[in-house]
Design a protein around this ligand. Structure first.
Ligand SMILES: Cc1ncc(COP(=O)(O)O)c(C=O)c1O
Length: 472
């Protein structure tokens, strides 16, 4: 029986027991009036805990086991895990399952902050590399398989590789090529596919096959980002061919996640996956990519609007208006057209679409761009670009996390070691991580973004190791 059927069955036949258990609202016997106004009673009616027949996500052997097995079949994985704490928890669990203290792990720097969390918890030593930047669009390009090979060849201690594909901006990397290399050197490949929750169903439109069927060991999907599920529904998958032990993932998830996973969210995961796999779901995905294509065709005739056309998931629309800084375009869109983009950098704007993006939204954006393309724009909108370089790592993220630190004025932070994540959000990609040396360029960025900094004190009696950690 599926979880949704089980919940419906209980409701229909009023199978409510006199549960002296959590949650005390007893499936809606009590609902705070203000909560009811925004959530409704239904949310409470399906909010269970591990009572009779509802299984236990920490060691599933009933309805949740069956649900995860069904999901696994749909995604052709060895095992799939429901995450009610987002891909963030999946990434950390994947790292805990495959890495131990001082293990070396090769990581593309444009990773999500959850990878940093995983580094603190595992104590693994990051070997960072910076994917090439596409300066025109101010985004990171695909991960080059050659860089991965160079690192794995020269450093046999690297146990795992972590990359993001598609990236926040939708850029795909070649997982077949990269996984061939990681396999050759015996490293585990973890792919953050949080933004690729539709990958299993959109191959015909994108040409990208999902990571775990292309050779990766582990991937995560945020169903809430593009697949129409509520925050923060997500999945973790282990590839059929992977040597990763599913029990190691289960143990790691048990270590870091709540003992009270949300049944409404698990039911939403089930509904979302079933929908994506269904005829209606396929039609909805087709509709989405058709709308995107139609939008791109119409936008492309506007003289000064350009849409990114590299190897990317087209449902992430990255565009620029020639001659106008992207941040200025964003301001106009926000203020004059009530359109909010997902993210804008110095040169381009990102519009996230997915299940739930209506034709009306595409039309509103198209209309706004039409009007903007005819506007006279003040040259004052021009803004400077931020150069990116890998900072020097003095301590590992874990060492830095547990190191004494103090708050200091940002202007005085150059030459100090960062002790918190400096994280422009979105996209949640760390600029400086704890343990890394702060330089003048960083200060300039932090001051303009008004980010607060905590630094490890050099005068606190702690010696700075002479030789920095390995980095590229
Ligand atoms: C690339 C990437 N990975 C992982 C995550 C974390 O996903 P979640 O919000 O599902 O925890 C995000 C969220 O913004 C992301 O952008």
């Amino acid at each position: 029986m599926s979880l949704i059927r089980k919940i419906n069955y209980n409701k229909k036949f009023n199978k409510k027991c006199f549960n002296f258990t959590t949650p005390s609202h007893s499936q809606g016997d009590f609902v705070c009036p203000d909560a009811e106004k925004i959530l409704g009673r239904k949310f409470y009616e399906c909010d269970y805990s591990e009572t009779e027949g509802f299984d236990n996500l920490r060691a599933p052997d009933g309805v949740l086991k069956e649900l995860q097995q069904n999901i696994s079949k749909i995604y052709t994985s060895k095992s799939s895990f429901i995450l009610t704490n987002g891909s963030t928890s999946g990434i950390v669990a994947a790292m805990l399952a495959v890495l131990q203290q001082n293990d070396e792990v090769l990581i593309a720097r444009n990773c999500h902050v959850s990878v940093y969390n995983g580094l603190v918890l595992t104590g693994a030593r990051p070997v960072w590399f910076l994917p090439e930047k596409d300066e025109k669009w101010d985004i990171f390009k695909s991960v080059s398989p050659e860089i991965i090979e160079r690192h794995l060849k020269s450093n046999p201690l690297i146990k795992a590789v972590i990359i993001t594909s598609p990236t926040y901006e939708g850029i795909f990397s070649s997982i077949p090529q990269i996984s061939e290399i990681t396999k050759k050197y015996g490293a585990i490949l973890i792919v953050d596919e949080a933004h690729g929750a539709l990958c299993n169903f959109s191959r015909d439109y994108t040409g990208y096959a999902p990571a775990i069927v292309s050779g990766a060991d582990i991937s995560v999907h945020s169903l809430h980002k593009t697949a129409g599920a509520p925050n923060p529904c997500a999945l973790l998958h282990i590839a059929k061919s992977s040597k990763v032990n599913p029990q190691d993932i289960q143990d790691a998830l048990n270590l870091i996640t709540t003992t009270s996973p949300s049944y409404p969210l698990m039911a939403a995961v089930e509904a979302t996956v079933e929908f994506l796999f269904s005829r209606n779901g396929k039609a909805e995905i087709r509709k989405l990519y058709d709308m995107v294509e139609d939008f791109i065709t119409k936008v492309s005739v506007l003289e000064n609007v350009e849409v990114y056309s590299g190897f990317c998931d087209k449902s992430k629309i990255l565009l620029r208006v020639a001659g106008i800084p992207a941040l200025a375009v964003a301001k106009i869109l926000n203020e004059d057209f009530k359109i909010e983009e997902e993210f804008s950098n110095d040169n381009s704007l990102l519009f996230l679409t997915g299940i739930g993006t209506s034709k009306k939204k595409f039309e509103a954006l198209l209309q706004a761009l039409r009007e903007m393309s005819a506007m006279d724009i003040d040259a004052d909108f021009l803004c400077e670009k931020t150069a990116i370089a890998l900072p020097s790592m003095i301590y590992t993220p874990r060492e830095a996390y547990f190191h004494p630190s103090e708050y200091i004025d940002t202007e005085k932070a150059a030459g100090r070691i960062c002790s918190e994540v400096i994280l422009p959000y979105p996209p949640g990609i760390p600029l400086i991580l704890p343990g890394e040396m702060i330089n003048d360029e960083n200060i300039k960025f932090i001051m303009t973004e008004k980010v607060k900094v905590a630094g490890i004190s050099r005068s606190s009696g702690q010696e700075i190791p002479e030789k920095p950690e390995k980095f590229i």
